[in-house]
Design a protein around this ligand. Structure first.
Ligand code: CTP
Ligand code: CA
Length: 227
């Protein structure tokens, strides 16, 4: 609820957020997907918008409602998501890639429904383009680029390596060790690591609160860029 004359910290800023899973088609009725609900990304889009940013939410298939004031662009596959993110990247001041993008996609999509025949069946998969890494290569000093990492082992080390490999300003590490964190839950336990190596570990929280914690860090980063 905006007060009269209150200046929102992200007023005039543009944000691009990706959320949800991607579906990689096998044939007209089947796909390879994952359990991402999209809740984290939608919460981030909502928070950035409430702070005054003009937000484009590139969303894979989810059951969620579009947050108020947010422009939603629906996509299905990793390839669609790459195209949409590329289209909005250049104008964005803030980019948060929270989608659970498929790492592999079928080499060929059957045009007809595949019929069952043999007892075993293989599908050839090929690696998708890493959207976040692609954006990282094009990143300017005016942009705040945030990625996520889902790790089960050597979590901090792996997240730091993704942060530098993909040229990010921040990486949000989802810690899977706690009940109630991650996919399909309303809560998340994260560690946010900055480019400079600063690490903040947060307790298990509602995803809307995790979004606020991340937004605070993003606002500070944008203010330091513009000062
Ligand atoms: N990501 C992306 N495009 C892909 C794969 C991942 O943009 N094709 C992004 C995700 O949105 C996330 C970050 O990269 O912000 C890390 O995703 P994650 O799956 O944890 O890492 P990967 O680099 O895919 O490595 P791996 O799955 O092997 O751990
Ligand atoms: Ca992955």
């Amino acid at each position: 609820q905006q007060l009269f004359n209150e200046v929102l910290p992200l007023k005039g800023k543009k944000a691009l957020v990706s959320a949800g899973p991607t579906y990689e088609a096998i044939d007209p009725v089947r796909f390879i997907g994952n359990h991402s609900s999209g809740k984290m990304g939608y919460a981030i889009a909502n928070t950035l918008s409430a702070l005054g940013a003009d937000v484009v939410l590139v969303s894979g298939p989810t059951a969620l409602e579009t947050p108020k004031g947010v422009t939603r662009v629906d996509v299905t596959s990793a390839s669609d998501m790459l195209n949409a993110c590329n289209a909005y990247f250049e104008l964005a001041d803030i980019i948060v890639m929270s989608a659970a993008v498929a790492d592999y996609t079928p080499v060929e999509v059957a045009t007809q429904k595949i019929k069952k025949k043999e007892n075993s069946f293989q599908i050839d998969l090929t690696k998708t383009t890493d959207i976040l890494a692609t954006l990282g290569q094009k990143k300017s000093v005016k942009q705040t680029l945030v990625g996520f990492a889902l790790e089960t082992n050597n979590a901090i080390e792996n997240a730091k390596s993704k942060l530098s490999r993909k040229n990010l300003d921040f990486i949000v590490l989802n810690t899977m060790e706690d009940e109630g964190a991650g996919f399909a839950h309303d809560t998340n336990k994260v560690t946010i690591i900055s480019k400079s190596g600063h690490t903040s570990t947060f307790p298990l929280k509602d995803k809307t609160e995790v979004a606020s914690d991340l937004a605070t860090i993003i606002v500070e980063h944008q203010q330091s860029i513009n000062s």
